[in-house]
Design a protein around this ligand. Structure first.
Ligand SMILES: [Zn+2]
Length: 367
């Protein structure tokens, strides 16, 4: 009897939940592949993603595309637009939604290397001439009030999303530390929250005109002091008030890598769709998944629907992550840990029905 009841219970949960459980977003965030790695990318997209239950792939292209409107910003060894188009086609074949990313506002450099936009257009730099060789800073920012910068970045967004045939775009915007620089004639003395909200709205307006859903990292909207989360995963540079002044249909990617901070609820209760983003610690990822599910199970239908799911990050070159996933130890520790986290998180997502059934037998089962 018990066996029959349990079997029915498991069946009904599994039937209701389906692959990957009840979460609308079961996402993976990766760097765009190098042109030489397209074969690897095709196999990974068509075989691994469906097998793991991934239904959203956020792919960070940045300036590693041969943009036709502004070829001057392209990095060396960039993907052609035709190659971007093929990546989009493979995702559609695999039943995966591809969301391309260009990291906007901050992250315009890494260590001593300044990326394509500011290398080709140093006039867009928020701190032109300051910090030679990028010494003493984390990353450069463009000036959000430069009168010409948006003409360029909007052209790039359009080309990239058209080539990928995407219906969404990830604008990055994490860890913006250089903002309202005292030497910028347009931004000096301005409230960082006002500048940040203004830039989010500008990008959102452009995307909305094109029918594209906006995604972004959400750290600048969290108060790093009040929460004790600090200056990386949250803001200590005065941007947090911007949350009151940006459109409520932006998908907030709430990344926390060391602890499952319960901040998804903060975004959802402000009306934003939200996904929780782990990286390389599976225990954090599984805690985030539990919190998302708990929220969906307990909240009002309006609130529950805003807890969209998870977006696993990788933070490794595309090839390294795929090799780590395939168990090659030469891929490096970060990639190996991210791949292991990805496997564990998605195994839990796929096992949704069974996990619930074994941990919570129905009350009618004989003791
Ligand atoms: Zn400025």
């Amino acid at each position: 009897m018990r066996r029959a009841v349990l079997t029915m219970f498991v069946f009904s949960l599994a039937a209701g939940a389906g692959l990957g459980g009840e979460l609308p977003v079961r996402g993976l965030h990766v760097s765009a592949p190098m042109p030489d790695d397209l074969e690897l990318a095709e196999r990974f997209i068509k075989e691994v993603l469906p097998a793991q239950g991934v239904n959203v792939l956020v792919m960070s292209f940045g300036y590693r595309v041969q943009y036709e409107s502004h070829p001057e910003v392209a990095e060396e060894n960039s993907l052609s637009l035709e190659q971007v188009r093929r990546l989009g086609a493979w995702c559609r074949e695999a039943g995966v939604r591809l969301i391309p990313e260009i990291n906007l506002l901050g992250h315009q450099s890494w260590r001593e290397r300044t990326y394509g936009l500011l290398r080709a257009h140093p006039e867009f730099d928020e701190t032109p001439g300051k910090y030679p060789n990028n010494e003493g800073i984390y990353c450069r920012s463009y000036c959000p009030r430069h009168p010409k910068v948006h003409e360029v970045i909007f052209d790039l967004i359009d080309e990239l999303t058209l080539a990928a045939e995407a219906d969404g775009f990830h604008a990055g915007m994490d860890e913006v530390f250089i903002l309202a620089d005292p030497d910028c004639p347009r931004c000096q003395g301005e409230d960082p929250a006002v500048l940040f909200a203004e830039e989010v709205r500008r990008i959102h307006t452009h995307l909305a005109r094109r029918g594209l859903e906006m995604w972004m990292w959400s750290d600048r909207f969290l108060d790093g002091a009040v929460t004790g989360i600090g200056k990386w995963q949250a803001s200590l540079n005065g941007t947090q008030a911007a949350i009151r002044d940006v459109p409520r249909d932006i998908v907030m990617c709430d990344w926390h890598y060391r602890r499952a901070e319960p901040t998804a609820a903060y975004f959802a209760s402000h009306g934003f769709p939200v996904v929780s983003s782990p990286w390389r610690d599976a225990s954090v990822a599984l805690d985030q998944l539990r919190m998302i599910r708990l929220a969906r199970e307990n909240a009002s239908p309006e609130l529950a629907s805003l807890f969209r799911g998870v977006l696993q990050t990788t933070w490794a070159p595309f090839r390294s992550f795929v090799e780590a996933y395939e168990g090659k130890t030469s891929a490096g520790l970060n990639a190996l840990q991210a791949a292991e986290c990805f496997r564990e998180l998605f195994a839990r997502l796929r096992g949704a029905g069974l996990t619930h059934a074994t941990s919570a037998p129905p009350a009618s089962a004989p003791q």
